[in-house]
Design a protein around this ligand. Sequence first.
Ligand SMILES: [Zn+2]
Length: 138
Amino acid sequence: MLCIDDSKFRDIENQVKKSYPLECCGLLIGANTSEKKVFEVRPTKNWNVERAHDRYVIDSKEFNKIDKETRKKGLQIIGIYHSHPDHPAMPSAYDTEHAWAGYSYMIAAIEKGEKIEVRSWIFNEEKKQFEEEKISVY
Ligand SMILES: [Zn+2]
């Protein structure tokens, strides 16, 4: 289960709305414990300019920089989130091809720039497929 407080959850929803109809993305920062709790939300730039409506790319330099900063604070990157403008909140074939094990993949579907549905997924490396995890907003 991925736990996130209401204000951080709304930050993500606002970013998703503002970016519509393009995809947005970012990182979920949490503690290095068994409980997956989001401490910080870090929006990142979507570097996929050509297909920003249905794909996202996080620059590896930006990822590594945030990873370093996070570790210094005793925290770690626990997940990656991105939006699906006018597509369901399920991982696409592209998402599955580019998935890393060990991270939560939060997907926020946004319909017509208004209605948002957020689901989270974990990549099962053995089965090579995503499995849904529950999100708890508190
Ligand atoms: Zn996707």
